[in-house]
Design a protein. Structure first.
Length: 272
């Protein structure tokens, strides 16, 4: 596999970050490098990863390696584990940030696009956990950060498959956070709201109404990453950046389901 790195240090922990080529994943890579973690960057875009690796290694003086991989493919996570094990690289922090989104009416989205959401957001993330968490438990230490969404807390018309996939991530993560209590391994779920990433830009390109969102509803990538990093290092179970998103999360958990559906339906129809 292609690799770009500085000299490694046995005293530095290693953070593996998927979806590291842009957005929240890229910002999180910077957070861990700044905190003197060696970093393994994973995404499909090898060129972007190499550029980021050079920048992080030069700026922070840590070892940064590049592992291009399409985690939506069966066996990709197992192959990644085998590659790193062959290089005697343990993973102390696993960040599952890779994900895809399709916005629009469920019936207008092609079946392949729905399946792509399932393959990466659900199957790929689960495979990464299955590959790397057992080693953490065996060592008695480790941190996991799974990136979900504030959409995980309620049904979201026009984002039905995406919201469902993130609800899976949240449920699995909360279950593992309790299951692994006392093992030395913590699991944190990041549930950001609308964030200024390439994913939002692409969605807005397909729907002009998304480009008209007021600024206070759109979070800054670095702010979200900073909060996620702090929550992960503390071992918090859930991190919801932003007062508005926190209020929405609390409201969705305390409001009758039928009312949550109706409100989501009204907002979703306005977005179409």
């Amino acid at each position: 596999m292609p690799k770009k790195s500085t000299s490694t240090s046995s005293f530095r922990p290693t953070a593996l970050i998927t979806g590291a080529s842009s957005g929240i994943g890229e910002a999180l890579a910077g957070c861990f490098a700044a905190a003197k973690h060696d970093v393994v960057l994973v995404a499909r875009s090898e060129g972007k990863l190499k550029t980021l690796a050079e920048n992080l290694a030069g700026k922070y003086g840590v070892a940064v390696s590049v592992q291009p991989s399409d985690l939506s493919k069966p066996g990709a996570a197992a192959q990644l584990l085998a590659t790193l094990s062959g290089k005697h690289r343990g993973v102390d922090v696993l960040v599952n940030c890779a994900g895809v989104l399709e916005q629009g009416a469920f019936t207008s989205i092609d079946h392949a696009a729905h399946q792509a959401i399932i393959d990466l957001n659900i199957s790929g993330l689960t495979a990464m956990l299955s590959a790397f968490v057992p080693g953490m438990v065996q060592r008695g230490s480790g941190r996991v950060l799974n990136v979900a969404s504030v959409a995980a807390f309620q049904p979201v018309p026009t984002l039905a498959s995406y919201a469902a996939s993130k609800a899976y991530v949240l449920s699995l993560s909360e279950s593992l956070a309790e299951e692994l209590r006392g093992t030395g391994v913590t699991v944190t779920t990041l549930c950001p709201g609308i964030t200024a990433t390439n994913m939002l830009t692409q969605a807005a390109g397909a729907n002009d109404k998304l480009g008209q969102l007021p600024g206070f509803l759109v979070g800054e990538v670095q702010d979200v990453a900073d909060m996620a990093f702090a929550a992960t290092m503390k071992g918090d179970a859930i991190c919801v950046p932003g007062v508005i998103n926190q209020a929405a999360m609390i409201a969705s958990r305390g409001t009758p389901k039928w009312l949550v559906r109706r409100i989501g339906g009204l907002l979703g129809r306005k977005a179409l």
